[in-house]
Design a protein around this ligand. Structure first.
Ligand code: PMP
Length: 443
């Protein structure tokens, strides 16, 4: 690995200054601005395996992994070669290419309830299209979502959302009409009673319930035992559909996503109707997907009346990156991901406990994140996650960054390991934890 950082992030600071003159906040996605942790956001210039390097030449063990897509680590040689090879044949045609069906087949093989797949470019498009499809299929207007869940930035999905809205403590977004907001009912997570009451009151007007397969945009908060099953059964009893959002968890929490973990406990027939994917499915390039039962998916144009389209949908470079990533994501890769997650999450718990920092480490498959504060009772919903001691995260984050570990710059995001996090990378993280835990303790 390369030498330590030169004095201070001077180049990053200059780049941030320059960017802020032409790009709102200097960023193209809000959390990147370090708004909730303060300090200079690092401009990254390269990545290799578990490491990223910033504009000042400092190297970090990366626990952001491009917010999920880099399942195999940065610049994985086979993925890069597949993209290079695709690029040499043309960057895109706006016509079908042979590999699109191969990627769809790979998704179907991993998530058997999915019978048809449509490729899009972002997770936002995937969930937006899934909701349109649910409304088109049921002829009903309303959508249920859970507080703290994030499904991208389409108008109807920004109410009490996680991710950047949680980081910035925003209840929603300006620019969303009251009429649109009124079409989304927001309920507390892990509360089947609340869901039952919503269906009792509005049942025949609810098109769908959308949920992250395991919440990971307010920090990691998996569904309690029985919640996903209860949600599916209640929705189906009232003629509504279930959209399981696996944009973040898909092919990452485990080989079949978080549904692949929960599926074993489900009775016959209890399955979501539509599933959304993103991040890993594009291997680091802009690609996402929605999938589900054939009868529903075939309501999409050109077969059916629900319209959806995209100039860049199924882009051959993105398809090549996604397909190569999924093909390389074998049992060995998931074993390495699990091992890295186990080692780092238990090291994290030990360091925080040694420094007497009250906390809990939350886990969903290979995803995890700490919540700082008194959590003798496990958190259940967004209100529980929001009462965490975010100032401790801020101190912890900067102490890790100074020691060469790149964490998500928000207390409301998951930590992402990759299959490239080997012993050396894991040990660098673990070595940095005690000082960061002491910083959190005295914050
Ligand atoms: N759904 C979930 C669960 C997500 O985590 C995200 C992004 N973090 C999205 C949807 C939106 O995806 P994108 O940023 O690609 O639009």
């Amino acid at each position: 690995s390369t030498p330590a950082a030169p004095a201070g992030p001077a180049r990053s600071a200059a780049l941030a200054e320059r960017a802020s003159r032409v790009i709102p906040g200097g960023v193209n996605s809000p959390v990147r601005a370090f708004g909730s942790v303060g300090g200079t956001p690092r401009f990254l210039v390269s990545g290799s395996g578990p490491y990223v390097t910033d504009a000042d030449g400092a190297e970090y063990v990366d626990l952001v992994a491009s917010w999920g897509p880099a399942l195999l680590g940065h610049a994985q040689p086979d993925v890069v070669e597949a993209v290079r090879s695709a690029a040499s044949r043309g960057l895109g045609f706006g016509a079908s290419v042979p590999e699109e069906a191969e990627l769809a087949e790979e998704i179907i093989a991993r998530v058997p309830l999915v019978e048809r797949v449509r490729l899009v470019s972002t997770g936002t498009e995937a969930t937006m299209t899934a909701i349109r499809l649910a409304r088109g299929a049921t002829g009903r207007p309303l959508l249920i979502k859970f507080a703290g869940h994030y499904h991208g930035h389409s108008d109807g999905l920004l109410a009490e959302a996680g991710s950047g809205l949680a980081t910035l403590a925003l209840p929603g977004s300006a620019g969303v009409t009251a009429e649109t907001a009124a079409q989304t009912l927001v309920l507390p997570y892990n509360d089947l009673g609340a869901l039952e009451r919503a269906f009792a009151e509005h049942g025949d007007r609810i098109a769908a319930v959308i949920a992250e397969a395991a919440a990971a945009n307010m920090g990691v908060l998996p569904p309690e035992r029985g919640f996903t099953r209860g949600m599916i059964e209640l929705a189906h009893a009232h003629g509504a559909l279930v959209i399981l959002d696996e944009v973040l968890t898909g092919f990452r929490a485990g080989p079949g996503g978080y549904w692949g973990i929960e599926r074993a406990d489900m009775p016959e027939g209890a399955a979501p109707d539509l599933v959304t994917f993103g991040k890993v499915v594009g291997g680091g390039l802009p690609l996402a997907a929605l999938g589900g039962r054939a009868d529903l998916m075939e309501l999409l144009a050109p077969l059916g009346p629900v319209y959806q389209a995209g100039t860049l949908s199924g882009n051959p470079l993105a398809v090549a990156a996604g397909l190569t990533t999924l093909r390389l994501a074998d049992d060995g890769a998931y074993a390495r991901l699990g091992r890295a997650a186990d080692a780092i999450s238990s090291g994290l718990s030990e360091a925080l406990a040694s420094a007497s920092v009250p906390h809990r480490v939350q886990r969903a498959g290979t995803l995890f994140s700490p919540v700082f504060g008194d959590y003798t009772e496990a958190p259940r919903d967004y209100a529980d996650m929001q009462r965490q001691e975010t100032w401790r995260h801020r101190a912890f984050f900067h102490a890790m960054l100074e020691q060469g570990v790149n964490l998500p710059p928000s207390a409301f995001e998951a930590w992402f390991v990759t299959a490239a996090h080997d012993d050396a990378a894991i040990e660098r993280v673990i070595a940095a934890l005690p000082a960061a835990a002491r910083a959190a303790a005295s914050a």
